[in-house]
Design a protein around this ligand. Structure first.
Ligand code: NAD
Length: 347
Protein backbone atom coordinates (compact mmCIF):
# COMPACT_ATOMS: atom_id res chain seq x y z
CA UNK A 1 0.00 0.00 0.00
CA UNK A 2 1.28 3.51 -0.87
CA UNK A 3 2.03 5.85 2.04
CA UNK A 4 -0.45 8.72 2.52
CA UNK A 5 0.52 11.91 0.74
CA UNK A 6 1.99 14.42 3.24
CA UNK A 7 0.15 17.69 2.55
CA UNK A 8 0.87 21.11 4.08
CA UNK A 9 -1.69 23.91 4.11
CA UNK A 10 -1.01 27.61 3.48
CA UNK A 11 -3.81 29.83 4.79
CA UNK A 12 -6.09 28.64 7.58
CA UNK A 13 -9.23 30.72 6.98
CA UNK A 14 -12.66 29.62 5.76
CA UNK A 15 -11.39 27.66 2.76
CA UNK A 16 -8.27 26.38 4.52
CA UNK A 17 -10.53 24.76 7.12
CA UNK A 18 -12.55 23.05 4.35
CA UNK A 19 -9.38 21.62 2.83
CA UNK A 20 -8.06 20.53 6.24
CA UNK A 21 -11.29 18.62 6.93
CA UNK A 22 -11.07 16.83 3.57
CA UNK A 23 -7.40 15.94 3.96
CA UNK A 24 -7.91 14.48 7.43
CA UNK A 25 -10.89 12.39 6.25
CA UNK A 26 -9.09 10.89 3.25
CA UNK A 27 -7.02 7.76 3.95
CA UNK A 28 -4.64 8.63 1.08
CA UNK A 29 -3.69 12.01 2.56
CA UNK A 30 -2.22 13.33 5.79
CA UNK A 31 -2.16 16.97 6.91
CA UNK A 32 1.35 17.59 8.24
CA UNK A 33 1.65 21.35 8.92
CA UNK A 34 -0.12 24.69 8.52
CA UNK A 35 1.29 28.13 7.70
CA UNK A 36 -0.69 31.28 8.49
CA UNK A 37 0.95 34.48 9.76
CA UNK A 38 -2.15 35.63 11.63
CA UNK A 39 -3.62 32.53 13.26
CA UNK A 40 -2.39 29.24 14.70
CA UNK A 41 -5.91 28.27 15.84
CA UNK A 42 -6.46 25.50 13.27
CA UNK A 43 -2.96 24.05 13.73
CA UNK A 44 -3.48 24.07 17.50
CA UNK A 45 -6.88 22.35 17.18
CA UNK A 46 -5.36 19.63 15.00
CA UNK A 47 -2.12 19.40 17.06
CA UNK A 48 0.00 20.18 14.01
CA UNK A 49 3.20 22.18 13.57
CA UNK A 50 2.28 25.82 12.95
CA UNK A 51 4.31 28.34 10.94
CA UNK A 52 3.94 32.06 10.34
CA UNK A 53 6.02 31.79 7.16
CA UNK A 54 5.21 29.19 4.49
CA UNK A 55 8.77 29.20 3.13
CA UNK A 56 10.06 28.07 6.49
CA UNK A 57 7.39 25.36 6.56
CA UNK A 58 8.40 24.07 3.12
CA UNK A 59 12.06 23.89 4.23
CA UNK A 60 11.48 22.26 7.61
CA UNK A 61 8.62 19.89 6.75
CA UNK A 62 9.37 19.01 3.08
CA UNK A 63 5.77 18.08 2.35
CA UNK A 64 4.86 15.99 -0.73
CA UNK A 65 2.27 18.60 -1.72
CA UNK A 66 0.81 21.94 -0.66
CA UNK A 67 -2.71 23.36 -0.67
CA UNK A 68 -2.69 27.15 -1.00
CA UNK A 69 -5.73 28.95 0.43
CA UNK A 70 -4.38 32.37 1.33
CA UNK A 71 -5.74 35.70 0.00
CA UNK A 72 -5.93 36.07 -3.79
CA UNK A 73 -3.07 38.54 -4.15
CA UNK A 74 -0.63 36.04 -2.58
CA UNK A 75 -1.53 33.10 -4.85
CA UNK A 76 1.07 33.55 -7.58
CA UNK A 77 3.99 34.31 -5.22
CA UNK A 78 3.13 31.30 -3.01
CA UNK A 79 2.73 28.95 -5.97
CA UNK A 80 6.09 30.13 -7.34
CA UNK A 81 7.68 29.31 -3.96
CA UNK A 82 6.24 25.80 -4.20
CA UNK A 83 7.61 25.38 -7.72
CA UNK A 84 11.00 26.61 -6.51
CA UNK A 85 10.90 23.93 -3.80
CA UNK A 86 9.81 21.31 -6.39
CA UNK A 87 6.48 20.71 -4.60
CA UNK A 88 3.15 20.33 -6.50
CA UNK A 89 0.34 22.59 -5.30
CA UNK A 90 -3.42 22.82 -5.33
CA UNK A 91 -3.88 26.55 -5.71
CA UNK A 92 -7.23 28.05 -4.75
CA UNK A 93 -9.04 30.10 -7.35
CA UNK A 94 -8.53 32.64 -8.76
CA UNK A 95 -5.16 31.50 -10.07
CA UNK A 96 -3.96 35.09 -9.56
CA UNK A 97 -5.13 38.66 -9.67
CA UNK A 98 -3.74 39.75 -13.03
CA UNK A 99 -3.14 38.06 -16.37
CA UNK A 100 0.40 39.43 -16.38
CA UNK A 101 1.46 37.77 -13.12
CA UNK A 102 -0.22 34.48 -14.06
CA UNK A 103 1.64 34.34 -17.39
CA UNK A 104 4.85 34.17 -15.32
CA UNK A 105 3.42 31.33 -13.25
CA UNK A 106 2.36 29.38 -16.35
CA UNK A 107 5.88 29.71 -17.74
CA UNK A 108 7.48 28.62 -14.44
CA UNK A 109 5.16 25.61 -14.27
CA UNK A 110 6.01 24.60 -17.84
CA UNK A 111 9.77 25.01 -17.36
CA UNK A 112 9.89 23.20 -14.01
CA UNK A 113 7.45 20.38 -14.74
CA UNK A 114 6.08 20.84 -11.20
CA UNK A 115 2.31 20.61 -11.57
CA UNK A 116 -0.30 23.06 -10.26
CA UNK A 117 -3.98 22.14 -9.96
CA UNK A 118 -6.17 25.25 -9.73
CA UNK A 119 -9.13 24.98 -7.34
CA UNK A 120 -12.04 25.52 -9.71
CA UNK A 121 -13.58 22.68 -7.76
CA UNK A 122 -17.02 22.78 -9.40
CA UNK A 123 -15.55 21.02 -12.44
CA UNK A 124 -15.12 17.98 -10.15
CA UNK A 125 -18.81 17.99 -9.18
CA UNK A 126 -20.65 14.95 -10.62
CA UNK A 127 -23.51 17.26 -11.73
CA UNK A 128 -21.12 19.25 -13.91
CA UNK A 129 -19.45 16.07 -15.16
CA UNK A 130 -22.90 14.82 -16.24
CA UNK A 131 -23.90 18.16 -17.81
CA UNK A 132 -20.69 18.19 -19.83
CA UNK A 133 -21.31 14.61 -21.00
CA UNK A 134 -24.86 15.51 -22.10
CA UNK A 135 -23.67 18.58 -24.02
CA UNK A 136 -20.76 16.71 -25.62
CA UNK A 137 -23.07 13.83 -26.63
CA UNK A 138 -24.81 16.29 -28.97
CA UNK A 139 -28.19 15.80 -27.26
CA UNK A 140 -28.75 19.58 -27.18
CA UNK A 141 -27.56 20.06 -30.76
CA UNK A 142 -25.61 23.24 -31.40
CA UNK A 143 -25.55 25.41 -28.24
CA UNK A 144 -27.32 28.70 -28.95
CA UNK A 145 -27.67 30.36 -25.55
CA UNK A 146 -26.18 29.98 -22.06
CA UNK A 147 -27.97 31.90 -19.30
CA UNK A 148 -26.16 31.93 -15.96
CA UNK A 149 -27.10 33.44 -12.59
CA UNK A 150 -25.11 33.77 -9.37
CA UNK A 151 -26.95 36.05 -6.99
CA UNK A 152 -26.57 35.82 -3.23
CA UNK A 153 -26.80 38.06 -0.18
CA UNK A 154 -23.49 37.69 1.66
CA UNK A 155 -23.51 38.61 5.37
CA UNK A 156 -21.95 42.02 6.02
CA UNK A 157 -19.52 40.35 8.47
CA UNK A 158 -17.93 38.51 5.52
CA UNK A 159 -16.33 41.86 4.64
CA UNK A 160 -14.66 42.25 8.06
CA UNK A 161 -11.65 40.69 6.29
CA UNK A 162 -10.36 43.83 4.58
CA UNK A 163 -8.83 42.00 1.58
CA UNK A 164 -12.34 41.01 0.47
CA UNK A 165 -13.25 44.70 -0.08
CA UNK A 166 -10.19 45.72 -2.06
CA UNK A 167 -8.61 45.39 -5.47
CA UNK A 168 -7.85 41.69 -5.98
CA UNK A 169 -11.30 40.70 -4.69
CA UNK A 170 -14.85 41.71 -5.81
CA UNK A 171 -17.69 39.47 -6.93
CA UNK A 172 -16.03 38.85 -10.31
CA UNK A 173 -12.80 37.40 -8.90
CA UNK A 174 -14.22 35.76 -5.77
CA UNK A 175 -17.45 34.24 -7.12
CA UNK A 176 -18.26 34.80 -10.80
CA UNK A 177 -14.85 33.40 -11.73
CA UNK A 178 -16.38 29.98 -10.86
CA UNK A 179 -19.36 30.52 -13.17
CA UNK A 180 -17.18 31.84 -15.98
CA UNK A 181 -14.89 28.82 -15.60
CA UNK A 182 -17.90 26.50 -15.91
CA UNK A 183 -19.29 28.41 -18.88
CA UNK A 184 -15.95 27.78 -20.63
CA UNK A 185 -15.86 24.17 -19.44
CA UNK A 186 -19.39 23.44 -20.69
CA UNK A 187 -19.62 25.62 -23.79
CA UNK A 188 -16.05 26.29 -24.97
CA UNK A 189 -13.84 29.35 -25.30
CA UNK A 190 -15.24 32.87 -25.32
CA UNK A 191 -14.49 35.21 -28.20
CA UNK A 192 -15.85 38.55 -26.97
CA UNK A 193 -17.17 40.01 -23.73
CA UNK A 194 -19.21 43.08 -22.84
CA UNK A 195 -19.91 44.01 -19.23
CA UNK A 196 -21.33 46.49 -16.76
CA UNK A 197 -20.22 46.39 -13.11
CA UNK A 198 -21.46 48.26 -10.06
CA UNK A 199 -20.41 48.85 -6.46
CA UNK A 200 -23.61 50.75 -5.62
CA UNK A 201 -25.00 48.22 -3.11
CA UNK A 202 -21.93 47.87 -0.84
CA UNK A 203 -19.88 50.93 -1.76
CA UNK A 204 -16.53 49.10 -1.66
CA UNK A 205 -13.55 49.79 -3.91
CA UNK A 206 -14.46 46.60 -5.81
CA UNK A 207 -17.72 45.69 -7.57
CA UNK A 208 -20.55 43.85 -5.81
CA UNK A 209 -22.58 43.25 -8.98
CA UNK A 210 -21.89 42.55 -12.64
CA UNK A 211 -23.80 41.82 -15.84
CA UNK A 212 -21.85 40.15 -18.66
CA UNK A 213 -22.62 39.39 -22.30
CA UNK A 214 -20.49 36.68 -23.90
CA UNK A 215 -20.00 35.50 -27.45
CA UNK A 216 -18.47 32.02 -27.59
CA UNK A 217 -16.13 30.98 -30.39
CA UNK A 218 -18.68 28.37 -31.48
CA UNK A 219 -21.25 31.11 -32.02
CA UNK A 220 -23.27 30.56 -28.82
CA UNK A 221 -24.29 33.63 -26.83
CA UNK A 222 -24.15 33.81 -23.04
CA UNK A 223 -25.22 36.06 -20.19
CA UNK A 224 -24.07 36.03 -16.58
CA UNK A 225 -25.78 38.22 -14.00
CA UNK A 226 -24.12 38.16 -10.60
CA UNK A 227 -24.26 39.96 -7.29
CA UNK A 228 -23.13 39.34 -3.70
CA UNK A 229 -25.69 41.85 -2.41
CA UNK A 230 -28.90 40.34 -3.65
CA UNK A 231 -31.55 38.26 -1.82
CA UNK A 232 -32.39 35.61 -4.45
CA UNK A 233 -32.64 31.81 -4.66
CA UNK A 234 -30.61 31.66 -7.92
CA UNK A 235 -26.97 30.61 -7.78
CA UNK A 236 -24.84 27.47 -7.75
CA UNK A 237 -24.29 27.72 -4.01
CA UNK A 238 -28.04 27.74 -3.19
CA UNK A 239 -29.06 25.32 -5.94
CA UNK A 240 -26.40 22.60 -6.18
CA UNK A 241 -26.29 21.26 -2.61
CA UNK A 242 -22.52 21.41 -2.83
CA UNK A 243 -22.06 23.41 0.38
CA UNK A 244 -24.70 22.85 3.10
CA UNK A 245 -23.61 26.11 4.79
CA UNK A 246 -25.82 27.93 2.25
CA UNK A 247 -29.63 27.94 2.56
CA UNK A 248 -30.64 25.42 -0.10
CA UNK A 249 -33.00 26.07 -3.03
CA UNK A 250 -32.59 22.81 -4.96
CA UNK A 251 -35.62 23.35 -7.21
CA UNK A 252 -34.20 26.56 -8.72
CA UNK A 253 -31.80 26.49 -11.69
CA UNK A 254 -28.67 28.64 -11.99
CA UNK A 255 -27.70 27.71 -15.57
CA UNK A 256 -30.10 27.37 -18.52
CA UNK A 257 -28.40 26.01 -21.61
CA UNK A 258 -30.34 26.14 -24.88
CA UNK A 259 -29.44 24.30 -28.07
CA UNK A 260 -30.98 23.65 -31.48
CA UNK A 261 -32.18 20.17 -30.42
CA UNK A 262 -32.83 20.58 -26.73
CA UNK A 263 -32.12 22.42 -23.53
CA UNK A 264 -30.76 21.66 -20.09
CA UNK A 265 -31.20 23.17 -16.64
CA UNK A 266 -28.37 22.90 -14.14
CA UNK A 267 -28.10 21.62 -11.44
CA UNK A 268 -31.41 19.72 -11.93
CA UNK A 269 -30.24 18.22 -15.26
CA UNK A 270 -33.76 18.56 -16.64
CA UNK A 271 -33.56 18.05 -20.36
CA UNK A 272 -36.25 19.33 -22.75
CA UNK A 273 -36.64 18.33 -26.39
CA UNK A 274 -39.36 17.87 -29.01
CA UNK A 275 -38.84 14.14 -29.51
CA UNK A 276 -39.39 12.95 -33.09
CA UNK A 277 -41.12 16.16 -34.16
CA UNK A 278 -39.34 19.48 -34.26
CA UNK A 279 -40.80 22.92 -33.83
CA UNK A 280 -42.62 25.28 -31.56
CA UNK A 281 -46.07 23.74 -32.00
CA UNK A 282 -44.95 20.30 -30.75
CA UNK A 283 -45.09 19.52 -27.04
CA UNK A 284 -41.74 19.72 -25.28
CA UNK A 285 -40.77 16.44 -23.60
CA UNK A 286 -39.04 16.76 -20.24
CA UNK A 287 -36.66 14.09 -18.97
CA UNK A 288 -34.36 14.18 -15.95
CA UNK A 289 -30.80 12.97 -16.40
CA UNK A 290 -29.02 11.30 -13.52
CA UNK A 291 -25.57 11.84 -12.14
CA UNK A 292 -23.22 10.03 -9.78
CA UNK A 293 -23.08 11.10 -6.16
CA UNK A 294 -19.98 12.54 -4.52
CA UNK A 295 -18.51 15.75 -3.21
CA UNK A 296 -16.66 18.11 -5.54
CA UNK A 297 -14.00 18.92 -2.93
CA UNK A 298 -13.41 15.24 -2.14
CA UNK A 299 -13.19 14.44 -5.86
CA UNK A 300 -10.81 17.37 -6.31
CA UNK A 301 -8.56 16.07 -3.51
CA UNK A 302 -8.55 12.54 -5.00
CA UNK A 303 -7.63 14.03 -8.36
CA UNK A 304 -4.88 16.13 -6.72
CA UNK A 305 -3.36 12.96 -5.20
CA UNK A 306 -3.15 11.48 -8.72
CA UNK A 307 -1.62 14.72 -10.07
CA UNK A 308 1.04 14.74 -7.33
CA UNK A 309 1.86 11.09 -8.08
CA UNK A 310 2.13 12.05 -11.77
CA UNK A 311 -0.62 9.57 -12.64
CA UNK A 312 -2.64 12.22 -14.46
CA UNK A 313 -2.47 15.81 -15.72
CA UNK A 314 -4.29 18.53 -13.73
CA UNK A 315 -7.92 18.90 -14.85
CA UNK A 316 -7.42 22.67 -14.43
CA UNK A 317 -3.82 23.70 -15.05
CA UNK A 318 -2.52 27.22 -14.43
CA UNK A 319 -2.66 27.77 -18.21
CA UNK A 320 -6.32 26.72 -18.31
CA UNK A 321 -7.21 28.90 -15.29
CA UNK A 322 -5.40 31.78 -17.00
CA UNK A 323 -8.04 31.65 -19.76
CA UNK A 324 -10.76 32.06 -17.13
CA UNK A 325 -8.85 34.94 -15.55
CA UNK A 326 -8.51 36.56 -18.98
CA UNK A 327 -12.27 36.47 -19.22
CA UNK A 328 -12.59 38.20 -15.82
CA UNK A 329 -10.01 40.80 -16.80
CA UNK A 330 -11.69 41.23 -20.19
CA UNK A 331 -15.00 41.87 -18.41
CA UNK A 332 -13.35 44.46 -16.15
CA UNK A 333 -11.82 46.23 -19.15
CA UNK A 334 -15.09 46.08 -21.08
CA UNK A 335 -16.93 47.63 -18.11
CA UNK A 336 -14.32 50.36 -17.59
CA UNK A 337 -14.09 51.32 -21.28
CA UNK A 338 -17.74 50.57 -22.11
CA UNK A 339 -16.48 48.62 -25.08
CA UNK A 340 -16.59 45.07 -26.40
CA UNK A 341 -13.35 43.23 -25.60
CA UNK A 342 -12.05 40.46 -27.86
CA UNK A 343 -10.18 37.76 -25.97
CA UNK A 344 -6.96 36.44 -27.36
CA UNK A 345 -7.26 32.75 -26.61
CA UNK A 346 -7.15 29.34 -28.31
CA UNK A 347 -10.24 28.03 -30.12
N1 NAD B 1 -13.10 27.15 -4.08
C1 NAD B 1 -14.00 27.90 -3.45
O1 NAD B 1 -15.20 27.73 -3.61
C2 NAD B 1 -13.54 28.97 -2.53
C3 NAD B 1 -14.40 29.42 -1.53
C4 NAD B 1 -13.93 30.42 -0.67
C5 NAD B 1 -12.66 30.95 -0.84
N2 NAD B 1 -11.88 30.48 -1.85
C6 NAD B 1 -10.52 31.04 -2.06
O2 NAD B 1 -9.73 30.62 -0.97
C7 NAD B 1 -8.82 31.66 -0.62
C8 NAD B 1 -9.00 32.00 0.85
O3 NAD B 1 -10.32 32.50 1.01
P1 NAD B 1 -11.00 32.50 2.45
O4 NAD B 1 -12.42 32.89 2.23
O5 NAD B 1 -10.67 31.23 3.15
O6 NAD B 1 -10.23 33.70 3.12
P2 NAD B 1 -9.93 33.93 4.65
O7 NAD B 1 -9.62 35.38 4.78
O8 NAD B 1 -10.98 33.32 5.49
O9 NAD B 1 -8.59 33.07 4.86
C9 NAD B 1 -7.35 33.46 4.36
C10 NAD B 1 -6.30 33.05 5.38
O10 NAD B 1 -5.03 33.33 4.83
C11 NAD B 1 -4.23 33.83 5.89
N3 NAD B 1 -3.08 34.54 5.35
C12 NAD B 1 -2.93 35.86 5.10
N4 NAD B 1 -1.68 36.08 4.64
C13 NAD B 1 -1.07 34.87 4.57
C14 NAD B 1 0.23 34.45 4.19
N5 NAD B 1 1.16 35.32 3.77
N6 NAD B 1 0.51 33.12 4.27
C15 NAD B 1 -0.40 32.24 4.70
N7 NAD B 1 -1.65 32.58 5.09
C16 NAD B 1 -1.97 33.89 5.03
C17 NAD B 1 -5.16 34.68 6.72
O11 NAD B 1 -4.66 34.86 8.03
C18 NAD B 1 -6.43 33.83 6.70
O12 NAD B 1 -6.44 32.92 7.78
C19 NAD B 1 -9.11 32.82 -1.55
O13 NAD B 1 -8.22 32.77 -2.62
C20 NAD B 1 -10.51 32.55 -2.03
O14 NAD B 1 -10.75 33.10 -3.32
C21 NAD B 1 -12.28 29.50 -2.66
Amino acid sequence: MTNPLRIALVGAGVMGRQHAARITQNSETELVAIADPFSSALADELHLPSFTDHQQMLKQISPDAVIIANPNDLHVATALDCIEAGIPSLLEKPVGCSVEEVRGLVQAEAESGVPILVGHHRRHNPIIQAARRIIQSGALGRITTFTALWQLQKADSYYDMAWRTRKGAGVLLINLVHDLDLMRHLCGEVDTVQAITSNAARGFEVEDSAALLLQFKNGALGTLTGSDACATPWGWDQNSGENPAFAQQPEQPCYLIGGTLGSLSVPQLKHWHYGESKGWHSPLIETADSHASGSALDNQLRHFVQVVRRETQPLISAADALQTLMLVEGARTAAALRQTVTLNNPA
